[in-house]
Design a protein around this ligand. Sequence first.
Ligand code: GDP
Ligand code: MG
Length: 442
Amino acid sequence: TLSDRLGGVFDKLRGRGALKEQDVVDAMREVRIALLEADVALPVVRRFIDEVTEKAVGQSVLRSVTPGQQVVKIVNDALVDMLGGEETVGLDLVAAPPVVIMMVGLQGSGKTTTTAKLAKLLREKHGKKAMMASLDVNRPAAQDQLKVLGEQVGVATLPIIVGQQPVEIATRALNAAKLQAVDVLLLDTAGRLHVDQQLMDEMKAVAAISNPKETLLVVDSLTGQDAVNVAQSFGSQVDLTGVILTRMDGDARGGAALSMRAVTGKPIKFAGTGEKMDAIEPFHPGRVAGRILGMGDIVSIVEKAAATIQAEDAEKLAQRMAKGQFDMNDLRMQLRQMQNMGGLGALAGMMPGMKKAKAAMQQSGMDDRVLLRMDAIIGSMTPKERSRPELLNAKRKIRIANGSGTQVQDVNKLLKMHQEMERAMKQIKKMGGLKGLAAMFG
Ligand code: GDP
Ligand code: MG
């Protein structure tokens, strides 16, 4: 597996510290193989590796995980990001009815099946009145196939008139949908074996008269290196609004997802997971990232390790606070915890008493960048200065300001803040330590 291979890369690097460029480059060679094995298209692999290498170099290695595991986490996060983040993206149906959804894609990708699945979803989950029309006049049985599926899912299909061309059928479907007060009209376009200009022109003509709110590219998740071509040719001919990946129930590792997303820039909205009419799910980037890398477990190990370390640090800080100790190292630990917890905004949302404090901080121009700047200032202090901030004279302050890319007045602000917090800690100790503090907030 990828983690074994990365383990090999990082066997030499047992120490802590930051990830070095050469280590990351070696690790990325393994990641590259994993991505290619998952069928991610080569140009997309290259771009991804470049981006992740840049992100990973210099990141500090967490205690209690191996550098290899940490790299997996970084790769995973970047993959989730590239696949669209944590959110799932649904259909956009905000338009005057009938809202048109046009399905496009290669023959056999699952367009007709997916059209019926979506119609069922719209009817049952969204309470919409849907109608479907097949524009596939190339294969004799195609229109019948949609009709049969329509009967299965309880959604009307446009009556078939033999001999009509796609644009005529689309026009007739629009009129019927208007007359019957249909909310959503799904157009299932003709299949193409390869990208073929005549069929592309036909698809564009249909789009021009039906003005689709959603144009969804249906792609078989088993599509390997060809995914880039498919995405590029459809993407350049019609205004795609999203992608649906079918056959995610099969062996595909899901590399096509990354290729499609990278090339079209459009969200992957659904995943088809079987032949049955309810085998469709919102697309979850996190799940698919785990599948592409083949290692969801490692990601959760690293997440847990990070959480444990935060808890350990918090405990250490609490003990020192109870003794009334609070030096620059403690301040830095607290700043980092604030960042880890999502910055000042998240912190204020969590603690009732913090709302006022946050407003005050914002008024004084303090935001999350300030946290980073303060961290940099402490980073430019020597260990001795950190534990004994009273050593900081004018000369040392200038050195620290230069070293951290800040001004002496920033250093002074930090010192003032530290003094105030130190005083507060002593106060807390007098009031009976943390228990007293808890009583105050309680
Ligand atoms: P079209 O040519 O693009 O319209 O493709 P079809 O909708 O006719 O689908 C071709 C075949 O793929 C059919 O046998 C479908 O049952 C099957 N199929 C479609 N989507 C899925 C899916 O998500 N999983 C599986 N296992 N089969 C699917
Ligand atoms: Mg079809």
